[in-house]
Design a protein around this ligand. Structure first.
Ligand SMILES: [Zn+2]
Length: 123
């Protein structure tokens, strides 16, 4: 019998299971460049809502075994906040978008301008 406890595996023990997050601004990066923010599906109450509503919003979380939306910040990159749709069981990432809808719209508009430019330049 060994006195040394078994090593606890984590999601970065081998390159095959490393979480890679496709930042909408920087491209695919290792998750170590990011910091987890919170559950992105939480809707916060009005500022003057009862304390119980704030208690629920801030401290009561689902422990989802499956796909959930999370906020992450690309702290060691562009520093932007993003919303990641991630499976908590497999760590598979289904989608990523900027957390701020205005920035998401600006990126979509920029892509439309590029597409129009390509169409104009192609004979
Ligand atoms: Zn980034």
């Amino acid at each position: 019998m060994s006195a040394v406890p078994a090593r606890i595996r984590n999601c970065t023990d081998d390159i095959g299971t490393m979480i890679r997050i496709p930042c909408p601004f920087c491209g695919v990066r290792d998750h170590s460049e990011f910091v987890y923010g919170s559950d992105a599906s939480v809707e916060y109450p009005a500022l003057d809502a009862p304390a119980e509503a704030w208690l629920e919003a801030v401290f009561q979380r689902e422990n989802i075994d499956g796909v959930q939306f999370e906020t992450w910040q690309h702290l060691h990159g562009c520093r932007m906040w993003i919303v990641v749709e991630r499976d908590t069981t497999t760590h598979e990432i289904h989608s990523v978008r900027p957390a701020h809808r205005g920035i998401e719209q600006a990126l979509e508009d920029e892509e439309k301008v590029r597409e129009l430019s390509r169409q104009r330049d192609d004979p």
